[in-house]
Structure formats: structure tokens, C-alpha cells
Design a protein around this ligand. Structure first.
Ligand SMILES: Cc1cc2nc3c(=O)[nH]c(=O)nc-3n(C[C@H](O)[C@H](O)[C@H](O)COP(=O)(O)OP(=O)(O)OC[C@H]3O[C@@H](n4cnc5c(N)ncnc54)[C@H](O)[C@@H]3O)c2cc1C
Length: 327
């Protein structure tokens, strides 16, 4: 078993960098520094242009590269096999991956192949007395659970990168060594065929800088236009809590929260939203939260920088008028 922690990614994201790579490198680097482990980054398939720069920023020792034509598009069987061959060659103590949809397909199967433990939903990793402890989110975000990894020499961990912040260490960047990883994927035939891919066009809540979100405090479906009016006036996007989606008032693409979109806007205005942990999981990282709620004890005020105690059906149009007047 080598003394390394490796971050595994395989899909270039929208900005070229795999989604969650920097957040996972942040967690991995902290652990590696605290435990005296070597930090490596494994990229299976095409590498993003900025891979070397990012790896250097996070103090990665080796940028491990698996290149194979079969990895140009995600295929679960191929990806699992490539990572399993890497694991055999380098025997890392920990293999961390940003918990994307595809990582959920890969992590458990990779762990089974590598004879490793597996923990998903990780928010934090520590090493205490040589034992790896993984703090995870459980029961819809209401509870934190700490797993101690025993009985396996290595572990595969899915990191909830959407809920974490990327934080590069202070100080100068060092250039990592690029290490080609030879694998043989010729015998692997993908058993799963994707028959339809839905492509969503247009702006994404995850990237919006200003979001106005409505909750059950709106009282009725028609009042959601008050959310849309303010969002449009501010040049932002309209969003909603889950019950509005469940009621069919709003499309599910607008849902913020644990089972919806994880957002990080500069400004998040929450109107008639109670502040349940499952909702806050999708917006707590906003720079400024403004809450409008008629209940002064509503949980949302614990997260809000600015709070308006009042009826959102009255306050929202007033805010829209004020913004229009100020423009
Ligand atoms: C596994 C799981 C996953 C979940 N995932 C999500 C998720 O992704 N996203 C999500 O949002 N929820 C999620 N939920 C649901 C979540 O627990 C809450 O039930 C939900 O967020 C509540 O929505 P709400 O705040 O709009 O409604 P409510 O809880 O009904 O709160 C309404 C709020 O509006 C206030 N109010 C009432 N009238 C007015 C008025 N006229 N003016 C101003 N304020 C008013 C009330 O004081 C109250 O605070 C999940 C739950 C589970 C169990």
C-alpha cells in the first residue's frame, strides 16, 4: 500500500475543468498534509487545458494520466477498469472522486474490484491515530455521520464537492510530475448503452449570480410571477423550494436544495421559505442571503444577512418597484 491519496476525475466539465475537481483537491490536500500522504491527481481520458496549473496550485505531486481512446466519452465499465488497473499499480490509500452522477456508478464498483472500503456523501476527511475518518451528510442533510474505515487497507470516497468550497493553499505553486499510467482496456466491452441524452440549453441555476426563490409562503401558484418579476428586474433567475415543484407550480429544473440544484450566487433572495436544512443545502453557500418571511422565528433568518419580516406577497412587488425606480 502506497502512502498516497489520489483524486480521480474523468470528465471535462463545462469550463474544461472536471466538476468538483478543485473542491475535492481541497479536501484531499488538507488530509494529505495532515497525514503526511502524497497527493496525486489521476485524470482518465482527455485532460483539461489547465490541469497542470490547477495541479500545481494544490500541491499535487504527480499528475497521473490514463490515455485511451475508449475513455474519450464516459463509459462506466471502461472507467471502472481503468481506475482498477491504476489502483493495482499504485495502491493508493485513498481514492477520492467528486460525487457526480457518473461517480456514483463508478465508486462502489471500483471499491469492489480493488477490495477497498467505500464511503459516499463525504464532506470532510481526517486521519486520527492512523485511522481514516470520513464525515458524511445523512438523512437528507439533517445529520452528520462519521465513518471510521477499518478492515480495508484502502478506501474509495465520493466527495459532495457541490457543498464545499475550493481553497488553494497560500504560497507559490509547484509543478507536478506528469506520470503516464499504462492500462490495457482492449478486452473491456461496455455493457451499458446510453439510449437518450437530455441536453439542457439556456442559463443554469448553478451558475446564476442572482437568484430569487419562492416557497410555500407564496400561498398560491399565481403568486410565483412575483418571484419571476423580481428575478427578471434584477437580471437574475427564479427558483423554488421543493413543495412548489411537488405541487406542480414550478418546473423541477428550478428546485434548489439537496435533491435539486446546488447554487452559489452572490445574492439569494428567499421569499416565503422556511429554511429547512434540505433547502439550505442548495443555497447556504450564497454570498448574501436576504430572507422575507412573516414568521420572525423562521429558521431562514439564521442564514440571512438581511431579513424582512412581512408578507412576501406584499414585499416582493414593493422590492421590484424599488429596484425599477433605482435603475
Ligand atoms: C430527503 C429530502 C430531500 C429534500 N430535498 C429538498 C430540496 O432539494 N429542496 C427543498 O426546498 N426542500 C427539500 N426537502 C423538503 C424540505 O424538508 C422542506 O419541507 C421544504 O424545503 C419546505 O419548503 P418551504 O420552506 O417552501 O415550505 P414551508 O416549510 O411550508 O415553509 C413556508 C414558510 O413561509 C412562511 N410564510 C407563510 N406565509 C408567508 C407569507 N405570506 N409571507 C412570507 N412568509 C410566509 C412560513 O413562516 C414558513 O417559514 C426535502 C426533504 C427531504 C425529506
Amino acid at each position: 500500500m502506497s502512502n498516497s491519496v489520489v483524486v480521480c476525475t474523468w470528465e471535462p466539465g463545462r469550463a474544461g475543468v472536471p466538476a468538483g475537481a478543485e473542491e475535492t483537491l481541497t479536501v484531499a490536500r488538507k488530509l494529505a498534509t495532515a497525514a503526511g500522504l502524497e497527493l496525486n491527481w489521476l485524470i482518465a481520458g482527455p485532460a483539461p487545458e489547465r490541469a497542470l496549473e490547477i495541479a500545481g496550485k494544490y500541491g499535487v505531486a504527480h499528475l497521473d494520466r490514463i490515455e485511451d481512446a475508449k475513455l474519450s466519452d464516459f463509459q462506466a465499465d471502461v472507467c471502472v477498469d481503468a481506475l482498477a488497473q491504476y489502483s493495482t499499480q499504485h495502491a493508493p490509500k485513498l481514492m477520492l472522486m467528486p460525487q457526480t452522477f457518473n461517480a456514483r456508478l463508478v465508486a462502489p464498483r471500483l471499491a469492489a474490484r480493488a477490495g477497498a472500503g467505500v464511503v459516499m456523501n463525504a464532506l470532510k476527511l481526517d486521519i486520527e491515530g492512523g485511522a481514516v475518518k470520513v464525515t458524511t451528510s445523512a438523512y437528507g442533510g439533517d445529520t452528520r455521520v462519521v465513518y471510521e474505515i477499518t478492515g480495508a487497507e484502502s478506501c474509495v470516497v465520493g466527495v459532495l464537492a457541490d457543498l464545499l468550497l475550493a481553497e488553494a493553499p497560500e504560497g507559490g505553486a509547484s509543478a507536478p510530475a506528469v506520470r503516464p499510467v499504462p492500462v490495457d482496456l482492449s478486452a473491456i466491452t461496455e455493457r451499458v448503452r446510453v439510449v437518450k441524452k437530455a441536453h439542457f440549453e439556456g442559463p443554469r441555476l448553478e451558475e446564476a449570480q442572482v437568484i430569487v426563490a419562492g416557497g410555500m409562503g407564496l400561498g398560491q401558484k399565481d403568486n410565483y410571477r412575483l418571484i419571476e418579476d423580481l428575478a427578471q428586474t434584477l437580471g437574475g433567475m427564479a427558483a423554488a423550494s421543493r413543495p412548489l415543484v411537488d405541487n406542480g407550480w414550478v418546473d423541477s429544473s428550478r428546485q434548489v436544495g439537496l435533491t435539486g440544484k446546488i447554487t452559489r450566487p452572490t445574492l439569494y433572495i428567499a421569499a416565503g421559505i422556511s429554511g429547512a436544512s434540505q433547502h439550505m443545502a442548495g443555497c447556504a453557500a450564497a454570498k448574501t442571503i436576504v430572507a422575507i418571511n412573516k414568521d420572525p422565528d423562521a429558521a431562514i433568518f439564521r442564514y440571512a444577512r438581511y431579513g424582512i419580516v412581512g408578507d412576501c406577497v406584499v414585499v416582493l412587488p414593493e422590492l421590484t418597484r424599488a429596484v425599477k425606480g433605482a435603475a
